[in-house]
Write a protein that binds this ligand. Structure first.
Ligand SMILES: [Zn+2]
Length: 259
């Protein structure tokens, strides 16, 4: 196939896909950046060159995310046993393709969430701890896990410990993820409220970093907690700094908001 023909076949491409040049003899896999890219990972809006292992892993993720839509319907109908059995069966059927433990981690996390919804808090707690033993990809993963663990501990009747758990998770900060801060602030308010305490002043700087990322001032309210909730509400639909920069350089459209 001519180089021009290959270009056409690889379209549609999205800007920022970082597609290697066709002249490059052994382009590296888009996903792992380690192995030579020998396969094409085709999605509705883009095509990426990947290695065989990553193609397998990405297809497992797509399949699980698709299956989850079905499990979600069952969960809404409170058919928890069926969801737990279904996700367990999915893991067993695909474990050999779970090259980087993405599936095992996701299913452990979802198991914890389903058990929580079912009111089986002790089991949810165990699953949540198992989820926490997988490595976190970034600080938002850690915050998400901390908020889930704290909700379980609160449901088990230990609100002071719940607050401490969330505060510990949220104390891990990374400026690259400042745009996610406002979304998580309500947990500080909720877990503090549950023990009858105002949100600790030490979190003001973190909330301000979140506001800075959206180029807004912290809203002034009667308490720090109320300011945080107002900030979360205000920024919910706003583009983050990263999205604004992306739009400025790419002339509109939707920028990816994850580093
Ligand atoms: Zn790869």
């Amino acid at each position: 196939m001519s180089a021009a023909g290959l270009e056409t076949e690889l379209n549609p491409m999205q800007e920022g896909d970082d597609m290697p040049s066709v002249d490059e003899p052994h382009p590296l896999c888009w996903f792992c950046r380690k192995k030579p890219a020998t396969e094409l990972y085709i999605q509705p809006k883009s095509t990426k060159r990947v290695c065989a292992t990553c193609l397998d892993r990405l297809q497992v993720q797509d399949a699980y995310e698709h299956a989850w839509l079905h499990f979600l319907v069952l969960e809404d109908e409170e058919r928890y046993e069926e969801v737990l059995a279904g996700i367990g069966a999915f893991l067993e059927a695909n474990r050999h393709r779970d090259h980087d433990q993405w599936l095992a981690r996701s299913i452990t996390r979802d198991r914890s969430s389903v058990l929580f919804e079912a009111g089986r808090y002790a089991e949810a707690d165990e699953a949540c701890d198992a989820w926490g033993r997988f490595p976190f990809d970034n600080v938002t993963d850690r915050w998400f896990h901390g908020s889930a663990k704290a909700q379980i501990v609160q449901a088990l009747g230990r609100p002071q410990e719940a607050l401490a758990i969330f505060e510990e998770a949220f104390s891990h900060q990374d400026p690259r993820y400042a745009s996610a801060i406002p979304y998580y602030l309500h947990w500080l308010v909720d877990f503090s409220d549950a023990v009858g305490q105002p949100v600790d002043e030490k979190w003001r700087r973190v909330a301000e970093a979140g506001a800075e990322d959206f180029a807004v001032e912290m809203p002034v309210r009667d308490s720090l907690g109320e300011s945080m909730l107002a900030l979360a509400e205000m920024t919910r639909e706003m583009p983050s700094k990263r999205q604004r920069e992306w739009e400025a350089t790419h002339g509109g459209g939707t920028g990816e908001d994850k580093p």
